[in-house]
Structure formats: C-alpha cells, structure tokens
Design a protein around this ligand. Structure first.
Ligand code: NAD
Length: 333
C-alpha cells in the first residue's frame, strides 16, 4: 500500500529542492502517494494566512509530511508558519542528526551527534508586549511537562539507536528558575535510563567544546532557543545548512524538513542543494518503516558526494540542482 505523504514546497528555494527531492525519493522505488499542501509567505499573500486550516487537516490525514522552508518576516507580520505548525500539531520534539558525510570537506571527519530541541515553549511562546515605549518584554516559559517530555524523547532516542550519552545544555547559572527546572526534569528522567550516561553543560561552554572537539558529544537535549542556535552551529561542523536534516515529531504527527531557510540569495537560480531535504526524507522513510529505501537513499547521497564530481556551489562545486538529481538517480539505478 502506498504511503500518504503531504509535501509542502514552501518559499524561496523550497519548490526547487522539493521537486528535486521527490524525483530522487521516487527513484528509490518506494510507493508514495504525494499530496501537495500549502504554507508560507506565498500562500499568505494569496489567502491571508501562512498556514491554512486545510493544510493542517491534510497533514493530520497523512502518514508523514515533507516540508520545504517557509519565509518569516523579521520584526513584523504574521507568526512563523513553522512555529504555528509545531504548536497546532504539538510537534514537541525537533530531531536533528548531525553526521559527517564522506566527500563534504570540513574541519572534522568524525561528527556523529544528535540535537534534540524542545519545540513548543521557551522564548518561542510568542508572548511579547510593550511595557512602556522603549521597553519590551518577551516571556520565557519553561514547564515541567514539556521539559520531562523532551528529556524522555532524548533518552528514548538514545536507547533505540544505541547511543551512549545524553547531555543537557542549559544556562541555569543565570536562569536559575527556568533552566533550573529544565535540568531537574532531565535529571529525573535520566534515572530511568541507567545504561545511558547523563551529563550537563552550560550552553556557552557547549558551543566552545563543540567547535574544539565535536566527537565528545552524543545526544544533546536543549530548550527551544539554545537548540535553535546550537543546531545551526552543529550544521556548520559537517558542511553547512545544505546538508543537515530535521524532523518535528509529536505523539501523532511528524513533519520532516531541512534545517535551512528559504535562501533568497540563490532562489530561482537552479543551484540550491536538496541534500538536507533528502536526508530529512531519509528520516521520514525510517519513520514510515521503509528502512531499505532509507538506506539506499543515504548510500546514493554518500556515493555522489564522496566522488566529489557533482557538487552544488554551496559545497564548492558548479553543478546545478538538476545535474545533482540525475547523479543521485544514476547512483540509485
Ligand atoms: P537561509 O538558510 O535561508 O540562508 C543562509 C545561507 O545558507 C544563505 O547564503 C543561503 O544561500 C545558504 N543556503 C541555505 N540553504 C541552502 C541550500 N539548500 N542550498 C544551498 N545554499 C543554501 O537563512 P536566512 O537567510 O537566515 O533566512 C531566510 C529566510 O528563511 C527567512 O525568511 C527565514 O525566516 C526563513 N527560514 C525558514 C526556515 C524554515 O522554514 N524551516 C528555517 C530558517 C529560516
């Protein structure tokens, strides 16, 4: 039976990388019934919302969703479609495996870590107001429920994937109450997983240690804002935003998307790198139980990038998105 998958092209390079990704995923031979969904700035300009109810309903009906990046205005306009999506569907866990890829030249060759980011609260609660002109307040919400849930997700992920260590990243030396609560929840959950080592590190030191020696980390669990920043730092360790996948997972629904944004500087030029979306699709195929297709997809990506002949410009090559897709399809044949 075909898997029902919603695909959301999104804005900027979104439609280009989505078209490329679907062509490669289909070439694995997996049976997927694709249904288009809309979200982002382009649909907002047409219908007045960046996340139509029909899209949400469609995602709920689907077995999984593959999403391209969507544009969010800075300092004005509607709330981010991503934040709205995560909140509406309670996609509480953001999963970002960060693994070195053969052929993608970076300072490190042995990065293999997972960033688990809490997705629903913290400073992303969207609670901001003007106290008096010239003074604004932005409220950070941390709850026992969400912190315990994300800690459990991180430890369960570690157990399922045979990982050895979970590190909670925090700033509890300054935010004693909020980050203190987050840490307390992580400690409590850690007691149920005696086979997994549990450590803690302050977020600024974590950034320093990550760029010095990323191999000392395994699974990182973070609140929303630290997770957002640290996951991009980690992307930089393995070759940048064009090669890192992501998944937003809830109890019921799961949305798979790349870490990168809409890349307005290269949109429409036909040179965007679809690898991140394809690696997100690898996570999606695993989620759908299509282990063989997932493995073949990763194998094809590693082969093509490892050979280093067909690389998009962000990885130092001159290949177009189409040329890269053809190389991947040939590697899958
Ligand atoms: P960005 O990720 O769009 O771009 C940063 C740099 O990385 C640019 O130089 C860009 O060309 C490059 N890049 C990103 N993805 C690439 C790819 N697949 N192939 C090749 N190069 C790539 O980040 P930004 O400029 O800060 O954000 C632009 C817009 O994207 C904003 O509107 C922001 O809100 C949105 N955004 C969306 C998401 C999402 O939907 N998940 C995530 C981050 C940013």
């Amino acid at each position: 039976m075909a898997h029902k998958v919603t695909y959301i092209p999104g804005d900027g390079i979104g439609p280009e990388v989505m078209e490329a990704a679907i062509a490669v995923i289909d070439a694995t031979g997996v049976s997927i019934e694709w249904e288009k969904g809309e979200a982002g700035a382009e649909v907002e300009a047409r219908v007045g919302t960046n996340l139509p109810t029909s899209t949400l309903e469609q995602i709920i009906r689907s077995h999984a969703t593959l999403k391209g990046p969507t544009e969010t205005g800075v300092g004005k306009g509607a709330k981010s479609a991503n934040v709205a999506l995560r909140k509406s569907l309670d996609l509480y866990a953001n999963l970002r495996p960060v693994k070195s890829i053969p052929g993608v030249k970076t300072r490190y060759e042995d990065v293999d870590l997972v960033v688990v980011r809490e997705n629903t609260e913290d400073l992303y609660s969207g609670l901001e107001h003007i106290v008096v002109p010239g003074v604004v307040e932005s409220i950070k919400i941390i709850t026992e429920k969400a912190s315990t849930r994300i800690a459990r997700f991180a430890f369960e992920h570690a157990r399922k994937h045979g990982r050895k260590k979970v590190t909670a990243v925090h700033k509890a030396n300054i935010m004693k109450l909020s980050d203190g609560l987050f840490l307390e929840c992580c400690r409590n959950v850690s007691r149920a997983y005696p086979e997994i080592e549990y450590t803690e590190i302050i977020v600024d030191n974590c950034c320093l240690q990550l760029v010095r020696d990323p191999s000392r980390f395994d699974v990182l669990v973070l609140e929303n804002l630290y997770g957002d920043i640290v996951s991009d730092l980690c992307a930089g360790l393995v070759g940048g935003l064009g090669v890192v996948p992501g998944a937003n997972i809830g109890e019921v629904n799961a949305v798979f998307e790349a870490v990168h944004g809409t890349a307005p500087d290269i949109a429409g030029k036909g040179i965007a790198n679809p690898t991140a979306l394809l690696l997100s699709a690898e996570l999606m195929l695993q989620h759908l139980g299509e282990m063989d297709a997932a493995k073949r997809l990763r194998g094809a990506i590693e082969r093509v990038l490892g050979e280093g002949r067909v690389l998009n410009p962000d990885l130092g090559g001159t290949a177009t998105t189409k040329e890269y897709v053809e190389a991947l399809k040939a590697a899958l044949a």
